[in-house]
Design a protein around this ligand. Structure first.
Ligand code: FAD
Length: 390
């Protein structure tokens, strides 16, 4: 049997097309070959395995829904979701790299960029020749990005950009940054800032106990002169970055499922093999309860992802529907990681197993791209029509 068994209690594989299953299998093999053997060591040493960017590009996991003419693969959103599931089965940090590149850098350039910007950046981002990052969060504005203070002023055929961004995945290694900043009228616009522009720096954030194999940093703009041709012409207002987040959060809902599946499978195998009181620990009711609840929650999350993927493919998925999936699936994965850790006993805290790494990673995933509570308030807004977070 496949070393990475997918829990598929409700025969959900029957709902996927042949092509989607082939894509899942190819990415699963990629993760097994390229990510699983190196990831524990990279996370322990808190090092971003930079070589993976080119390999991911070759594998086609960056912006796969983007049309072929821009270097994408014109794939559907379930295929994209399955890719994120498999990568996060390996590591949430690696999935973060792919999510940022595809959903937060390529997607805004594709959706809001000029033809020239698309041709210049998308093929290189797709192949992994360029690494990108997405700058929305600021030191004083996380859940409330509308308050951002990063800003730019006109200066002939350039703009002068000032301010800073915080907690930016990929930033210290990124070649390009899609940055959200206010113009002189206070409107939020998207600007492509390129490495090497004078006054632009990307200091790394150290000391993380979570997403240790993903590199995180700041973006600092000190009178950076950016050509006006780098402004995304079609992006106007907060809804532009929010639409990117919708795409990334959709991928996270699938990704968290992958992390949960890995924890469940590891716990199931360990429970069958570990003998205490002369029996496999899987024979004790309390352990069976943990496994049964894990499988139940994974099965529910799989159905949510499948249905949401179909809504995405039809262009009908709403922000609130995506919030429900991201919030539920990440919390579910975090609970499963904690329970799986218990099943592994003392071994669960070591790097012998992926459990503790998943658990620590998921502490970031539950916070970034909208915290657990902010997604609850988005749902509350959808239910009542009253925005409780403003
Ligand atoms: P705050 O907004 O200060 O929230 C703190 C707490 O207050 C949370 O529990 C929150 O739920 C709660 N809270 C806030 N407002 C309300 C309210 N109205 N009602 C109830 N509770 C509330 N950002 C990017 O732009 N690009 C990236 O690539 C990126 N990568 C990241 C990678 C990592 C590892 C991490 C940790 C973060 C990343 N982020 C990124 C930032 C992330 O999106 C923010 O951390 C997140 O939006 C929360 O913002 P904050 O940390 O400032 O917390």
């Amino acid at each position: 049997k496949d070393e990475f068994e997918s829990p598929d209690f409700y025969q959900i594989d029957d709902l996927f097309t042949e092509e989607q299953l082939m894509i899942r299998s190819a990415v699963r093999d990629f993760v097994k070959k390229e990510i699983s053997p190196i990831i524990e060591d990279a996370a322990q040493r808190c090092e971003f395995p930079e070589f993976i960017v080119k390999k991911m590009g070759d594998m086609g996991v960056f912006g796969p829904t983007i049309p072929l003419e821009y270097g994408g693969q014109s794939l559907d959103y379930i295929s994209y979701g399955l890719m994120m599931q498999e990568i996060e089965r390996g590591d949430s940090g690696m999935r973060s790299t792919a999510s940022v590149q595809g959903s937060l850098v390529m997607f805004p350039i594709y959706k809001y960029g000029s033809e020239e910007q698309k041709m210049k950046f998308l093929p290189k981002l797709s192949s992994g020749e360029y690494l990108g990052c997405f700058g929305l969060t600021e030191p004083d504005f996380g859940s409330n990005p509308s308050g951002m203070t990063t800003n730019f002023k006109e200066d002939g055929d350039h703009v002068i950009l000032n301010g800073s961004k915080m907690w930016i995945s990929n930033s210290p290694k990124a070649d390009v940054a899609v940055v959200w900043a206010k113009n002189e009228q206070g409107r939020i616009k998207g600007i492509i800032v390129e490495r090497g522009m004078e006054g632009f720096s990307t200091p790394e954030i150290h000391g993380k106990w979570s997403l240790r194999a993903s590199i995180t940093g700041e973006l600092v703009f000190d009178n950076v002169r950016v050509p006006k041709s780098n402004i995304l012409p079609e992006a106007d207002g907060l809804k532009a970055p929010m639409s990117c987040l919708d795409n990334a959060r959709y991928g996270i809902a699938w990704g968290a499922l992958g992390a949960a599946m890995d924890c469940y499978e590891s716990a199931r195998r360990y429970a069958m093999e570990r003998i205490q009181f002369d029996k496999p620990i899987a024979s004790f009711q309390l352990v069976q309860k943990k496994l049964a609840e894990m499988l139940t929650e994974i099965t529910k999350a799989q159905l949510v992802c499948w249905r949401l993927g179909n809504l995405k493919n039809a262009g009908k998925a709403t922000t609130a529907q995506i919030s429900l999936a991201k919030r539920n699936n990440v919390a579910m994965a975090l609970d499963i990681a904690r329970e799986a850790r218990q099943i592994h006993g003392g071994m669960g805290i070591t790097g012998e197993y992926s459990i503790m790494r998943h658990q620590m990673n998921l502490e970031s995933v539950v916070t970034y791209e909208g915290t657990h509570d902010i997604h609850l308030l988005i749902l509350g807004h959808a239910i009542t029509g009253i925005a409780a977070f403003k």
